[in-house]
Write a protein that binds this ligand. Structure first.
Ligand SMILES: Cc1cc2nc3c(=O)[nH]c(=O)nc-3n(C[C@H](O)[C@H](O)[C@H](O)COP(=O)(O)OP(=O)(O)OC[C@H]3O[C@@H](n4cnc5c(N)ncnc54)[C@H](O)[C@@H]3O)c2cc1C
Length: 321
């Protein structure tokens, strides 16, 4: 319930004004279990979209379902055909499927995007457990526990009451790209956990006084802390700044910094611990497997270069950017 508004029994974590609290929660979940954190992050994202663009009745309807134990998620990824809303004689129906849908089969209140003649439309659905999903091809290196798969909606009727917001709202800025700080917070939490586990290893194996290992530890602490500073600032900017372009640019650069930090820490910790870091059930093995998979987010090159473009055409100094 925590993402839902206070007045409906939640803690309003969907609201960017509570970004600092949400950031801490996402970091802690990311440190504990990246799959669990992915499911929670998707739920927060969906609740946020409904609270931002939905009607009061839709928000209350979702709150009621969540109170009864339902989870939400954002299922946006499409195959080549995409999910479409098509008019038929007695109403609109969905055609097509969503891919890379986390929680397929157990998320019952997903927010899906579908193309309509007027543009991209969000729809908040009400599914039964196990609805038309297939997770058999989810043979990824990590993040297996997210039950990510395809969900086929072909033939499902769609009513106006299920439409959230206006066409185009889903990708409206700054929240579409600016909200990327949330998965960055999850990645940062896992990165921090790796640093803690590395220290535990150095202490328990009495290898911590070695100069090379200390240098590795210093690198890891600095990288994890840098990631955290960026993520916390990206969350803060989404709540307080009013220039969408600079919010998005900062979030895009945050993605780059957090990805680089996580990759550096994974490599450094694996080299510092050695073979044991690759042998189950070592926590480092599990976290690296999940983190390496979850770090793969959409179009990282463009996020980085879009961020740089905004700075390129800005007259502000780097210190004020
Ligand atoms: C565990 C997990 C759970 C997920 N759950 C969900 C979910 O619930 N809902 C959902 O909607 N999605 C989900 N996704 C999908 C996710 O949102 C992204 O769509 C997916 O991770 C994209 O990864 P990619 O590496 O294929 O990205 P890509 O964007 O294909 O990037 C791969 C590489 O290609 C480059 N690239 C991209 N486009 C171009 C181009 N046009 N020309 C040249 N280079 C290009 C990128 O910069 C990058 O280097 C999930 C993903 C993971 C890993």
């Amino acid at each position: 319930m925590s993402p839902l508004p206070h007045e409906l029994g939640g803690s309003s974590l969907w609201d960017p004004r509570f970004g600092a609290e949400l950031c801490t929660i996402l970091r802690l979940l990311g440190a504990a279990d990246l799959s669990l954190a992915r499911i929670f992050e998707g739920h927060v994202n969906a609740v946020g979209l409904v609270c931002r663009y939905g009607t009061q009745a839709q928000i209350e309807g979702l709150a009621g379902s969540v109170r009864d134990g339902a989870l939400s998620a954002v299922w946006g990824a499409d195959d080549a055909q995409g999910l479409r809303i098509t008019p038929e004689r007695d109403g609109n129906v969905l055609k097509g499927r969503k891919i890379l849908a986390s929680g397929a089969g157990f998320v019952t209140r997903p927010l899906v995007t579908a193309s309509a003649p007027e543009g991209q439309q969000m729809c908040l659905l009400d599914l039964e457990i196990g609805y038309a999903h297939d997770t058999s091809s989810w043979q990824a290196q990590g993040m297996r526990a997210t039950a990510t798969g395809t969900v086929d909606f072909t033939g499902r009727r769609i009513t106006d009451r299920e439409r959230i917001g206006a066409p185009g709202d889903f990708m409206r800025q700054p929240h579409f790209s600016g909200g990327a700080w949330r998965f960055c917070a999850v990645h940062t939490g896992a990165t921090e956990r790796l640093v803690d586990l590395f220290r535990e290893h150095l202490n328990s194996s009495a290898r911590g006084e070695d100069a090379y290992q200390l240098e590795r530890l210093a690198t890891c602490v600095a990288d994890a802390t840098t990631a955290r500073f960026w993520v916390e600032d990206a969350a803060r900017r989404l709540a307080v700044e009013d220039d969408p372009e600079s919010i998005v640019a900062f979030a895009n650069l945050t993605r780059m910094v957090v990805e680089r930090s996580a990759l550096t820490v994974m490599e450094t910790v694996q080299r510092g611990i050695g073979l044991r870091a690759f042998v189950r059930p070592h926590d480092v093995e599990r976290i690296c497997r999940d983190l390496a998979t979850y770090l793969r987010q959409p179009v990282p090159d463009r996020a980085m270069s879009d961020g740089a473009q905004v700075f390129l055409s800005s007259s502000r100094s780097a210190g004020d950017f």
